[in-house]
Design a protein around this ligand. Structure first.
Ligand code: TYD
Ligand code: MG
Length: 486
């Protein structure tokens, strides 16, 4: 009889140790080791394993007939876009996101759409009772969709039920952390359980050809909670993001074996569920505060789609020894870098100021191309000089203060022209770009100093923020001493 083996398994990365320790050596996290019974993890006894002779299989070449992955449209254009054209048969998708962001809502809508289209769609909730799911469906106006619904957590029972009758086209498991399997001893939610449950469900999906969606919880730092290993086991990982207070939600492909990553789908949470937003730029720019200093429109690219979004900056005198730097929707280390370049190369003194930067609408920008827009917004706020309302900004700033070219200039310009913008401030190299004749007047900047000088010139002679000169510790011309270009 196999002896029960207790080991200490890191709940973050899944590494097993045979004694407890405070820090996981593999991933560096503290206090993540929990005692688990890993007896069932490898269920084939050693005696059998060593005697088994390997089966011969044929090796193939890279060329050959393959069919395009058969897709099942989800009935929601934004969801199709993120998955690369719909759900692939036999594929497994992991959807992660903060609690309350709308994962269950999104998947209830998707299963209902498929069920209404005549496919067998199953929704298994491990977190909510059937009545709760029904209540949500009623609120969404989907109560009459022929979705097959259950509140279950036993993986064996679920697989047995799903194997009955016609193969389901879509199965949603909400959430993987609540599932448990008999084959391992540890408690639900532990790494061993989650991994074993996911493995069993994935095996079912691959064998039956059903598309499987697993919902995964997210820890405070945005990782899909528990085992990163699940991320490696699935075909695609989608992350559902958004600021809790904002109604916009962004579905982002983090990994996708069947389509592009970095593609986003934009939704709006309304009283009647999630509404798809097919033109996100219009939405992100809809509540622009025209003519106030500290805002710049960034022409960005999300996946294959250009997205225009407003960056808002506030530079205010600090009362603290160490000034505050707060940023929402952008990388804080890039903000520090832009501030450092402004100080070092452009003579913009910010050490006595708190700096806040916000990306409007709850979007998260990952592109370095936002550097130029961020710098423009910061300088505009500091000098109290509003930027032209019909201008978009993009370009990467290098540590030397040069403005570097970015990809997809023409797509950015076309989107800006479509939305009625008249000019673009962009890297010098973009002038020769074939797609740059989008009808916008192009204002190329080679270095950040040029941009700072332009904005400061606009701010000359404008009244200070509160109309009270005493309230502004640095008048514009002393705050911005434009350095000699070059
Ligand atoms: P839910 O899908 O339960 O989130 P998750 O499964 O990611 O935890 O969404 C819950 C939130 O969405 C809740 O705060 C209420 C809000 N909501 C709406 O605003 N409108 C709706 O129609 C629905 C169903 C939910
Ligand atoms: Mg939920």
């Amino acid at each position: 009889m196999a002896k029960n083996v207790l080991s200490f398994v890191c709940q973050n990365c899944g590494t097993a140790y045979n004694r407890w320790q405070g820090k996981c050596d593999a991933c560096g996290e503290w206090n993540t080791l929990a005692e688990e019974d890993t007896t069932g993890a490898t269920s084939v006894p050693v005696s059998i394993r060593s005697k088994r002779k390997g089966r011969l299989f044929t090796l193939e070449t890279l060329t050959g007939k393959t069919q395009d992955a058969p897709r099942l449209s989800s009935g929601m254009a934004e969801l199709n876009r993120v998955t690369g054209g719909g759900f692939v048969r036999g594929s497994v998708l992991l959807v992660g996101g903060d609690p309350g962001i709308g994962k269950s809502t999104l998947l209830t809508q998707a299963t209902s759409m498929l069920a209404r289209a005549g496919h067998r769609a199953v929704y298994i909730s491990g977190e909510e009772a059937v009545a709760q799911v029904r209540l949500r469906a009623e609120r969404l106006g989907l109560a009459n969709a022929p979705v097959q619904l259950a509140a279950e957590t036993s993986v064996e029972d679920i697989i047995a039920t799903l194997s009955e009758g016609t193969v389901p086209r879509l199965v949603v498991i909400d959430s993987i952390q609540t599932m448990w399997t008999d084959t391992v001893e540890s408690a639900p939610g532990t790494v061993t359980q989650v991994r074993a449950s996911a493995q069993a469900l994935i095996r079912f999906a691959k064998k039956s050809g059903a598309a499987l969606i697993l919902v995964g919880h997210v820890t405070k730092d945005g990782q899909i909670a528990g085992p990163r290993v699940v991320e490696h086991m699935v075909d695609a990982v989608l992350s559902f993001e958004g600021e809790g207070s904002q109604q916009f939600r962004i579905l982002r492909a983090v990994k996708n074996r069947f389509g592009p990553t970095d593609e986003i789908g934009v939704f709006e949470m309304t009283g009647l569920g999630l509404r798809e937003v097919s033109n996100p730029s219009e939405l992100f720019l809809s509540e622009r505060d025209l003519g106030s200093p500290g805002t710049a429109v960034f022409a960005g690219i999300e996946g294959t789609r250009p997205v225009l979004v407003e960056l808002q900056a506030l530079v205010a005198p600090t009362s603290l020894g160490t000034p505050r730097r707060a940023v929402v929707g952008w990388d804080p280390s890039r903000l520090s870098m832009v501030l450092a370049v402004l100080e070092a190369h452009c003579g913009v003194k910010l050490s006595g100021h708190d700096v806040y930067l916000n990306v409007a609408g709850g979007l998260r920008i990952n592109e370095p191309a936002a550097d130029l827009a961020a710098a423009a917004a910061l300088v505009s706020s500091l000098t109290n000089a509003p930027l032209p309302t019909d201008a978009v900004y993009f370009g990467e700033i290098s540590l030397s203060g040069a403005v570097r070219p970015v990809a997809q200039t023409s797509a950015r310009l076309k989107e800006a022209a479509k939305l009625g913008f008249g000019r673009a401030v962009l890297p010098e190299s973009a002038r020769g770009d074939p797609g740059s004749e989008a009808g916008l007047s192009l204002n190329t900047v080679g270095g950040l100093t040029t941009l700072v000088a332009d904005i400061a010139a606009r701010g000359q002679g404008r009244p200070s923020p509160a109309g009270d000169p005493e309230k502004m510790p640095h008048p514009p011309d002393s705050a911005v001493r434009t350095a000699k270009a070059g």
